[in-house]
Each structure stands twice: as structure tokens, then as C-alpha cells.
Design a protein around this ligand. Sequence first.
Ligand code: ZN
Length: 379
Amino acid sequence: MNILYAIVPVLVSNTEFTPFIMVFLNALFDTPGITEAAIRSTFQEVLPRLRVQYNLENWSREAAEDDITKKIILVPGIEYCPYTVHLSPIEGQELAKFISHAIHFGHYEDVISIIRKFTNELDYFSSEDFVPTIIPFLQGLASTLSTDKNGLLANSDYQKLFTYALDSYLGRCIEKEPAPPSDWSRPKISCLNSERWSGYPRSCTTCDDINKFLEDSQRTSFELQTGKDNHRHITSGLLESEVDCAAKSIKPDRFWKIRLDKTTKQYEEAKRKWGAESKAAETHLKAFDQNALKELLGNNYDAIMALKKVRLPSAPVPSASTEALAQPLQSGSANVATHMETPSASTQENVGRNAAMSHGIDPTDDSENEVASKRQRLA
Ligand SMILES: [Zn+2]
């Protein structure tokens, strides 16, 4: 007698352990001595129950990691551990394999029910689950759907899943492209001395002078004669407020001076980081079966492939190069006006919105609203 007959009732009564059940059922295909007919009947027994009890996101875990041995330890009170790792509930390839088997056995309705629940769960998954779980699952699923003869690529539940998941991936895992500073003004520093001595922020005259220079949209350098002891006070203030400005102590004669030069280093670093992140996203998206993805994403395909959600508008904004920034206000009033239109880093929300608008996508409409209303219907 096949041992599966003894195991199936246990599986059926434990379908809330969704990731385990899925991986177990996948493993049957690699187990010698178990026929496809036996696996088919196991799917028939388990799927109707799994469909009801399905949950994946619940099985995400934060675990402690031993810094040296890299051993992962699941213990309660993990938030006090200095080294924690996020454990995704299941590998994306396993989930894709499971859904592919279920479709192969003709469980179309059960699969759609699971797909709807998975779409509903997306907002609750950690952003750390996209790369190990969600993206590889979608890649495998796109390939499965493209080879199915029943026109599943045109099914609106699959289309909503892909549109919402990839839009969420860009929105949650990829930073917005940093905007170049629109002029030479920089954030003010807060006077650390006053705060330390009096318990509340209050500027000293040195910080007042420096803040006047920092706020000025045209001045790029400034020298202040002040005792050497005060230099550390100034550099700490700049560091604390993350001001894009370099400071140098100089002693041209018997008096100490500090020289400040505004820089664009922070912007360049943010731009470099964004470049690496967006390149990784492009690699993930290009790994999909493109014909399947085109059909699943429909009108959203071009915007998602171009990462438009996280890109600055490519509208008629002057070059963002540092050469242009070096003399931002000296090239005629027309140029000044366009420079001022460049969104500043502090209005990232609007940057995204403007970017989406300029490409004909309202980030608040379509897919998100549809999914939101679907959420309500399914709730
Ligand atoms: Zn001060």
C-alpha cells in the first residue's frame, strides 16, 4: 500500500502550514515509487482545503544570526539581538513550481483563489521578500501561464497580480531617483553647543553666520575667522545636519580661519546608489518571459520596464550634470527659471507624482485602486 494514503489526511488537516504543504507536494515529484496518478489524487484531496486555509506571509520570520558561524537561530525576543536576518516564508521557485503543478492537474479555480489571496497579502509581505520570493515566483508563473493552452495570460486575476506586484516592487524596493539640488542653498545646522548647555536648541553667533551662508542660494564658499576650538563645533554641526558642504581649517597668518565650500557629493553618492539599485531592478524585469509579461501588464508594460515610477521626469529639464550646477545662476534668467523648476530632493513625493503624470500614469489610479477595491470585495 502506498504510504501517501496514510499521509494525505495529515496534510489535509494541516493546510494552515501552507509553505510546508507546498514544498512537500512539490517533493513528491522527485520521490521514486510515487506515480503521477497518486500525486494527482493527493492534489485533489489537499487543494480544496489548502485554498481555504492558505496563508504565506504569516510564515515570515525574523531570526538571529550568529555573526561568525552564520548559523540562524529562531528564538523569541529576537528584536534584542544585534544580528537579525529576515526569513522569507518560501522560495519563489518552490511557489512557482507548486502553482505550475496545480495548473497542470487542472485546478484552475483553486489556483485563482490562491492567486487572489496572494495579491491581497502583498502589502503585508516585507520588502525583503520581493527578491527571494515574489519576483522569482512571478517569473516562474509567467512562464507557466505562457505555455498553458487555456489563455490564462488574458485572465484579469493574473493581470492584476503582476501589475500590482511589480508596481509595489518598484515603489517599495527601489528608491526614487535623486533630484539634483536646484540651487546652492543648503539646510541649516543646529547649534550643538547651545543644545548641550541649555537643553534646548539656540544658535551661537558662529552658527548664525554659517546658516546665513548655507541658506544663500548663490554663494558657494565662505571664510570665517574663528578660534581653532570652534572648528570642531562647526564641522560637527555640518555632519549632524548632513549638509553637502566641506570644511577646512586654515591659518594664513596668526589667526585661525575656517573655509566652507558647498559641494554636490551627497547628491552624487545618492545618484550612484540609485544607479546600482535601478540596474538590479532592470535585470530582474528582463529575466521575465517578455511576451508573457507584455500580455499580463498590458498598457503598464512600458512604464514598468522603464522604471518610470522611480525615475525623475525626463521633461525639458537642463542637464543634471555637476558642470551645470557649478554655475547655476549665471547663465541668463531663462536658464535660472528652468533650474528652479527642477524638483528638490525634499519633494520626492511630488517628483514621483510628476514623473508618473508626465508619462500619463496617475500613481493613485488604475492598478492600485482596482486592487484596493478588490481587497474590499475579497475581505
Ligand atoms: Zn553654534
